[in-house]
Design a protein around this ligand. Structure first.
Ligand SMILES: *Cc1c(COP(=O)(O)O)cnc(C)c1O
Length: 466
């Protein structure tokens, strides 16, 4: 499989190249040249497979020649063997129509583990083939950071620099990052928002002074391999609920548009998907874009669902590219316009293409709390505030009876205990596997939200290219 940039100005790469590159050199995002497609009978034949095997089957066409199937299966078996639930992403029924897909059974309690546990192994595998090393630079609104750090801590040939907005991640989220003391892990708390951090990371990918000296890699969902790994659980849920014979709707708590884009990919690959419901909190750029075609950056309001406190959704570009006829030149112009004015109108083709599969909803603080309470009082389930946005949207979506609606439960409730306790009176406890998180020493540097300061810190601590 070949990967091309959404902006048409970077060389095509194979899977190994796209995984190590992260962002394309023209500022675009890598997407597969075409979508692999499974027939109905091929999908039916996947029912009942163990998760690691399902994962290898779904990913094999994307990985192409970069890994032999047997090796891919070894890696998925190793990655998903670290999950605390044998089903990896178990489904739980809430009422006749509503379901939760629990994606938080990995080491750091959020869905980011599903992709990053595998990505860490892919980096190691590909780097071992040559004398290269990798300098990972990432921005996190909370959960990517800990999942990425867990996945690469102590690995040879990889350094990781993780930026988070100071004071805007939860205590559990911060400690899951800063208590990892491995020498290849560098936590940086910056003054500013997640969007500021993400903008600086993107700038570093395009800064020749840095990219000439360091092989800079990405763990954010701009890295295609992450989205690929997330396609798998849409199939897993669909198969359990009757695919390929019955379509399923998915409600997805959304920030950077990575997770829900994986659902779009699953649909393009042949999984019958009734609707994709994009759930945002009050940081609702995607809700506005999908409901009125107006993609305009607002200012970020901190909420109880910090991993969705985002006003620029990087992966939306992948959808717009695909819906707009895969015209890299037009996409580059559209994005240049957005970068200059912070506002952009979707074309008719993009609007109509999106409306065919997507709908959206926005949950405010009261609606999030209400959804948490409903899940607890009516179903006996504690859910986290991100999942609550999804469940609110799922219940408001007006999906026909008979079509199951699956809300992606993106984080464990114990990651956000205050919000859950406020809504229900019950404080979720941390699972034993995270251990003595609150007793461990922390390691983190504070830097101003200025690109030069971040670049200087990375340059001082990273290993240059050999
Ligand atoms: C990252 C994250 C999201 C948003 O996912 P995207 O792929 O960025 O849209 C939602 N919920 C939780 C708990 C997250 O960690």
């Amino acid at each position: 499989m070949e990967y091309i940039s959404t902006r048409g100005g970077a060389p095509a790469l194979d899977f190994e190249g796209a995984t190590l590159a992260g962002l394309a050199s023209d500022g675009g995002l890598y997407v597969p040249r075409e979508w692999p497609r499974f027939s109905s009978s091929e999908i039916a034949a996947m029912a009942g497979l163990p998760y690691a095997e399902l994962a290898a089957r779904i990913m094999a066409p994307f990985v192409g020649e970069s890994l032999a199937y047997e090796r891919l299966l070894e890696l998925t078996t190793q990655a998903y063997g670290r999950f605390a639930h044998k089903a990896v992403t178990p489904l739980r029924q809430l009422d006749e129509q509503q379901w939760l897909l629990e994606l938080f059974h990995g080491p750091t309690l959020a869905f980011k583990d599903v992709a990053l546990q595998l990505l860490g192994l892919l980096f190691e595998e590909f780097l071992a083939r040559s004398d290269r090393n990798l300098t990972i630079v990432g921005a996190t609104s909370g959960d990517t950071g800990s999942a990425a750090i867990d996945a690469v801590a102590g690995r040879e040939k990889v350094d990781i620099f993780m930026l988070h907005p100071r004071g805007r991640v939860s205590d559990v989220q911060r400690r899951q990052m800063t208590t990892v003391l491995a020498p290849n892990v560098h936590n940086i708390a910056i003054e500013g928002s997640f969007d500021d951090a993400q903008a600086m990371v993107k700038r570093m990918f395009n800064d020749r002074a840095m990219t000439d000296r360091f092989a800079i890699g990405a763990v954010n969902s701009i890295n295609w391999a992450r989205l690929m790994a997330q396609v798998v659980y849409y199939f897993a849920a669909g198969l359990q609920l009757g695919a390929p014979h019955r379509a399923v709707a998915f409600a997805v708590p959304t920030g950077n548009f990575g997770d829900v884009f994986a659902g779009y990919v699953a649909a393009r690959m042949g999984l019958p998907v009734a609707r994709l419901i994009v759930a945002t909190n009050v940081n609702d750029i995607l809700h506005r874009a999908l409901s009125s075609g107006d993609y305009s950056q607002g200012t970020v309001t901190p909420t109880a669902a910090p991993s969705m406190d985002i006003q620029v959704s990087s992966n939306f570009e992948r959808l717009l590219f695909d819906l707009g006829g895969r015209d890299g030149k037009a996409m580059a112009e559209q994005m240049a316009g957005f970068e200059a004015t912070r506002t952009m109108q979707l074309t008719n083709a993009q609007r109509e293409g999106a409306a065919a599969l997507f709908q959206s909803a926005r949950a405010d603080a009261g609606e999030m709390a209400q959804a948490i309470r409903w899940a607890w009082e009516m179903c006996g389930e504690l859910i986290d505030p991100h999942t609550a946005c999804g469940l609110f949207a799922a219940r408001a979506a007006g999906i026909a009876a008979g079509t199951p609606v699956v809300t992606l439960a993106t984080a464990h409730p114990a990651k956000f205990p205050e919000a859950v306790e406020r809504a229900t009176g019950h404080r979720p406890s941390l699972p034993a596997r995270v251990g003595d998180l609150f007793d461990r020493e922390e390691k983190c540097v504070d830097l101003p939200g200025e690109y030069e300061a971040i670049a200087a810190f990375v340059a001082e601590h990273a290993s240059p290219k050999p």
